[in-house]
Structure formats: structure tokens, C-alpha cells
Ligand binder design. Structure first.
Ligand code: CAA
Length: 258
């Protein structure tokens, strides 16, 4: 499928989406998020794909919602179209593991989009922020919620109330990103990580993801019960037999995804 605002490619079991509106620092226009939603749907439906990577350019992962596009919106435009999560939220609902590879600006909706991924890997040039307050609005795609869960109330409150940007080192210290790598290595590192995850049992990676995400929604007791039930269900998989046999036989497992 041809897209106007993103570039899509695959590398073995990894699906890669590059946000591609360089003149607007990948501002998340309706066209861009529509393209991204379609590409994510296609990767989710493609049995050859095990992991999805989303990235931007050297200068910007994404500088937020498209301010010029939304500047004239009235309340009913926002409300009736469920602006903004209707299409954007697709990344958060993917069942396959997702990685955001972030270089440069990840601001406003850009930071929120990155936080919808399961893992953020940052280039040392990355800058995260929720500057909505500086343009008279608030984060609208999860910024006040996911950022607070990721880095705690004090820093999230400071960032959302001032629009201050956080550099990559602070983002790693604060638990927002899994790892910081030199900018030149960002995509390679993200693809290597994706390939490593895609080499595991597909259903098991999906189960891990479901269980970790459950920690955000459930009490500890409910989360532990959920985890235990899913853990028990892995014993129905051929991949569990293969993984444990391979360990005993001192060889690499060959997972079949079932
Ligand atoms: N929307 C639309 N266009 C944007 C944009 C955005 N979010 N961010 C940058 N652009 C455009 C600029 O208007 C500019 O276009 P022109 O050349 O046509 O003027 C081009 O991208 C390059 O930007 P700058 O010249 O500003 O580049 P810079 O290097 O001087 O500054 C920046 C970079 C600090 C990221 C600055 O562009 C900026 O502050 N951008 C806006 C960031 C922002 O406020 N994001 C939050 C948006 S609201 C939101 O996301 C709501 C939500 O929660 C979902």
C-alpha cells in the first residue's frame, strides 16, 4: 500500500514504520495518523510480522499534534471526532510487541505516541516533553496519564505544567526509556532488539506484553492472578515444550509460534 506521510518496510519478521513529514517535524496530522493506523493494522494482520518498530527522523520523532491543523477546531470538532485517540490510539492496542525508536524531538503527541509503544529506545539526541500548556491546551493522547505512570508525579507534573523538555539521559534515569544509544546506531539497535524479540515464541511475547500491561490496570492481587493463569496457559504451547527441551539438550530452541 502507498502512503503519503509514512514509509513502511519489513525486515524479516520486523515491520518498520518511519514517520515522514520532514518539513513539519513529523507533526501528527490527520493524514499521518490515518496512514499509521492502516500500516499498524496491516502489520498486525500479517502473520510474517512479529514485532513493530516506529521511528521518525534524525531531527524529530514527532513534534506533536499538527498545531496548524487543529488551531481552528471547536469543541464539537474535537468531541464528535473523538480527537485525538480514535486513530492515534492504535499503537497502544497492538497485540504484537512494539518499539518506538526516538531521535530528536518527541513532543506533545510525539511523546505520547512513543509512550504508547511497549519499549522506547532513545538516541542521545532525544528530547521528550509535553509542551501543550505553552499553547493553551493540555496533553490529549495520554500524556498526563502515561508520563505520570512512567516517571512519577513530581517530574510529570513539572513537565506538563511548564513544558520543560527532558533529555535522553534524564529520560533513561527516570525510567521513561529502556536504553539510550548513539544517534547513529538508533535504528540498528532498535531493529536488533526487535529481531531478538521476534525470535522468541510469538504467542509468548504477546502474553508477556498482556501481563506487563495488566500491571497498569489491576491491583497487585488481580495482576498476580492474571499472570499465573497466563503462565499456566503457556504449558499448552508446543513452544514451551521446545524451549524447555532445547535447554536440556543445550541447543537453541526453534519456536514455531504455537
Ligand atoms: N504542528 C505543526 N507544525 C509544526 C509542529 C507542530 N506540532 N512542530 C513544528 N512544526 C513545523 C513548524 O511550524 C515549521 O514549519 P514552517 O517551516 O512551515 O514554519 C517546521 O515544522 C519546523 O519547525 P521550527 O521552525 O519551529 O523548528 P525549530 O527547530 O526552530 O523548533 C520545535 C523545533 C522546538 C520542535 C518547535 O517546532 C516546536 O516548538 N514545535 C511545537 C511543539 C509542540 O508544541 N507540540 C505539542 C503540540 S500539541 C499536542 O501534541 C496535543 C496532544 O497532546 C495530542
Amino acid at each position: 500500500m502507498a502512503y503519503e506521510n509514512i514509509l513502511v518496510e519489513t525486515s524479516g519478521p520486523v515491520g518498520l514504520i518511519r514517520l515522514n513529514r520532514p518539513k513539519a517535524l513529523n507533526a501528527l496530522s490527520d493524514g499521518l495518523v490515518t496512514d499509521m493506523e492502516k500500516a499498524l493494522n496491516a502489520f498486525e494482520d500479517d502473520p510474517a510480522i512479529g514485532v513493530i518498530v516506529v521511528t521518525g527522523s534524525e531531527k524529530a520523532f514527532a513534534a506533536g499534534a499538527d498545531i496548524k491543523e487543529m488551531a481552528g477546531f471547536g469543541y464539537m470538532d474535537a468531541y464528535l471526532n473523538d480527537f485525538i485517540t480514535k486513530k492515534w490510539g492504535r499503537l497502544a492496542t497492538c497485540r504484537k510487541p512494539t518499539i518506538a525508536a526516538v531521535a530528536g524531538y518527541a513532543l506533545g503527541g510525539g511523546c505520547e505516541l512513543a509512550m504508547m509503544a511497549d519499549i522506547i529506545i532513545a538516541a542521545d539526541t532525544a528530547k521528550f516533553g509535553q509542551p501543550e500548556v505553552t499553547i493553551g491546551t493540555i496533553p490529549g493522547a495520554g500524556g498526563t496519564q502515561r508520563l505520570t505512570r512512567a516517571i512519577g508525579k513530581a517530574k510529570a507534573m513539572e513537565m506538563c505544567l511548564t513544558g520543560r523538555m527532558m533529555d535522553a539521559a534524564e529520560a533513561e534515569r527516570s525510567g521513561l526509556v529502556a536504553r539510550v544509544v548513539p544517534a547513529a546506531d538508533l535504528l540498528d539497535e532498535a531493529m536488533k532488539l526487535a529481531e531478538r524479540i521476534a525470535g522468541m515464541s510469538r504467542p509468548v511475547t504477546m502474553m508477556v506484553k498482556e501481563c506487563v500491561n495488566r500491571a497498569y490496570e489491576a491491583t497487585l492481587a488481580e495482576g498476580l492472578l492474571f499472570e499465573r493463569r497466563v503462565f499456566h496457559s503457556t504449558f499448552a504451547l508446543e513452544d514451551q515444550k521446545e524451549g524447555m527441551s532445547a535447554f536440556g539438550e543445550k541447543r537453541q530452541p526453534a519456536f514455531k509460534g504455537k
